[in-house]
Design a protein around this ligand. Structure first.
Ligand code: APR
Length: 243
């Protein structure tokens, strides 16, 4: 932890990449691992373009569960620590998460690579709505229909869909300019997010990882902090302030 705090103190530019593990302590299930969503739902069936076009109502079983978790969730202290880190060089949070908790906590620059559950979109006419507008019906088990009568869906990136290009471009340039990237709570298996820390390293950045267990990124990390995001991050920032 000591060398990690010194690294943080030295870094002029910091970028963070978060995954589902960042939200576990706020009560949101991860995707992989024994209690992950993918052990209960088949992602190709329930979270893919083909799955949604074939049986949107089945996909809404998963969407509803995610929306229920996300709307009831509060950012834990790890999120607040990242907001404080903005006073120590943190320039952007790049997240794979769709729960909006970084924004809820007050992070200023959040790049949502995989979209958000907080907006609904109609693939047929392009109509958009805040999920908030229909969250009552959704949690009552209804499926949100657009005024054009097509089924709406959360504005998340489904398997088989490209990532939002502008957001991705912003993420690439953020990691190319950073001196430190902190990867938090991601299994580092899904592309292109998993390549961001390595791209940063190629541009001369240091890699720090926070996770409850080693991942595919760990052998390439300069610092591996084993533990929960909600415990490690507040301690990191607390010690940073002691300098
Ligand atoms: N603190 C830190 N890390 C944690 C915690 C915690 N409290 N709890 C779990 N983790 C770690 C796990 O060890 C794992 O490495 O978080 C990671 C969660 O991995 P995944 O569930 O695979 O989530 P993620 O890496 O974000 O998945 C990437 O895959 O299915 C797609 O679109 C989905 O955005 C998602 C993408």
């Amino acid at each position: 932890m000591k060398s990690a705090v010194e690294e943080l103190r030295r870094a002029d530019h910091i970028v963070v990449l978060t995954g589902a593990g960042m939200s576990v302590e706020s009560g949101i299930a991860p995707f992989r691992g024994e209690d992950g969503l993918w052990s209960e739902f088949d992602p190709q069936e329930m979270a893919s373009v083909t799955g949604f076009s074939k049986h949107p109502e089945r996909c809404w079983q998963l969407f509803r569960l995610q929306i229920e978790e996300c709307f009831g969730a509060k950012p834990h202290e790890g999120y607040e620590a990242l907001v404080e880190m903005e006073d120590h060089g943190l320039e952007a949070v790049i997240t794979q998460n769709v729960d909006g908790l970084h924004q809820k906590a007050g992070s200023k620059k959040v790049l949502e690579l995989h979209g958000t559950l907080n907006e609904l979109v109609c693939d047929s006419c392009g109509n958009r709505k805040d999920t908030e507008e229909m969250v009552g019906e959704i949690l009552d088990g209804e499926i949100p229909y657009c005024e054009c009568e097509a089924v709406m869906r959360p504005d998340v990136v489904l398997f088989g869909e490209p990532l939002p290009q502008n957001t991705l471009n912003e993420a690439w340039s953020a990691v190319e300019d950073t001196s430190l990237i902190i990867s938090i709570g991601t299994s580092s298996v899904v592309q292109p997010a998993a390549s961001l820390p390595l791209t940063a390293k190629r541009s001369g950045s240091t890699i720090m990882e926070v996770n409850v267990e080693p991942t595919q990124l760990t052998p390439r990390a300069d610092h591996f902090l084993e533990g929960k995001a909600g415990e490690i991050l507040p301690e990191l920032v607390e010690r940073l302030k002691d300098f």
